[in-house]
Design a protein. Structure first.
Length: 308
């Protein structure tokens, strides 16, 4: 088989075949007239090289596989060197995935600081939380930190507790000066912990599920969920989807538009109850737990506005 035919049958170029020859992977015989003549097995060798390099191996790393094929072994009977190459390649990929994930999260963290919601079509403000009672939730869908899509109008059967908070800090990432000193902005991490610590009690009191939501990016939310080992997902809403659809109250500080703290209880796609204001975020889960227990007992509790 001449070099042109091999290139055609293996789906590669003559230049690539010359390179494989130069490194000793696919070596032809030389005829008396100087032409290269390849054995039929050369097609399998070249295809093997192309498949493995497409998976991320270097040409040199394909050598033990090519040598196994040349020796007559089938794909399930590779040598120890080939297995070691597989393991090394997988380890290298895992390391690269870790590095790329860290880079992505760092970039998302910077983006969250610079452009958490430069979505200025939504002005700071919002409706009176008391007016949200009975309102249908929007049909918008956002992916939560567990990788699953959340449709606000179709959480599922039973009550859903959705606590909305301004933001949380992150180790090693500075927030804009003075942002956490704004009344109502501090306490997000502690609130998330309390919902974690009382999660099973909330479910036992009648909540079918719990979510946390803020205007921070997916990277920020994933880091928090992992760091605190949260048993419930967080929902990143940097585009202020709920503020646009429901008029949830927001405020602007440090160039960032953030949600004001409140908690919604949603049932059958509508807002059943609203907690606002929330003067003690770190113990707010207990307040929700008491409401669930009384509501389950049939007290018919609704929002009582607690204006500062």
């Amino acid at each position: 088989m001449r070099v042109g035919e091999l290139a055609r049958r293996s789906g590669t170029t003559i230049r690539a075949l010359r390179y494989y020859e130069s490194v000793g992977l696919v070596v032809p015989r030389r005829l008396g007239n100087g032409y290269r003549e390849y054995d039929p097995i050369a097609v399998r060798l070249v295809v093997q090289i192309r498949e493995l390099t497409a998976l991320g191996l270097s040409v040199e790393e394909t050598r033990p596989f090519v040598e196994s094929v040349a020796a007559g072994a089938d794909e399930s009977d590779v040598c120890a060197a080939a297995l070691a190459t597989y393991r090394s390649a997988i380890g290298g990929l895992q390391e690269r995935i870790g590095q790329l994930t860290a880079q992505r999260d760092a970039l998302e963290a910077r983006l969250a600081l610079v452009n958490v919601t430069k979505n200025l079509d939504i002005s700071a403000g919002g409706v009176d939380p008391a007016d949200l009672i009975g309102r249908p939730m929007p049909g918008a869908e956002i992916f939560a930190t567990d990788g699953k899509p959340v449709n606000f109008r179709n959480f599922g059967q039973g009550r859903t507790v959705l606590f909305v908070y301004p933001l949380t800090g992150r180790p090693g990432v500075d927030l804009p000066d003075g942002l956490l000193e704004i009344p109502g902005a501090r306490g997000g991490t502690e609130q998330a912990r309390w919902f974690r610590d009382h999660h099973s009690e909330l479910l036992g009191a009648g909540a079918a599920r719990v979510y946390g939501l803020s205007a921070q990016s997916a990277g920020y939310q994933r880091e928090l969920a992992h760091r605190l080992s949260l048993p419930y997902p967080l929902i990143p809403d940097p585009r202020l989807t709920l503020a646009a659809a429901l008029g949830l109250p927001t405020f602007t500080a440090g160039g960032m538009t953030l949600y004001r703290r409140l908690t919604l209880v949603v049932a059958d796609g509508r807002i059943e109850h609203v907690f606002h204001p929330i003067p003690a975020p770190s113990t707010h889960a207990n307040e929700v737990l008491r409401w669930l227990n009384r509501s389950r007992a049939g007290d018919g509790i609704r929002l009582v506005s607690r204006r500062p």
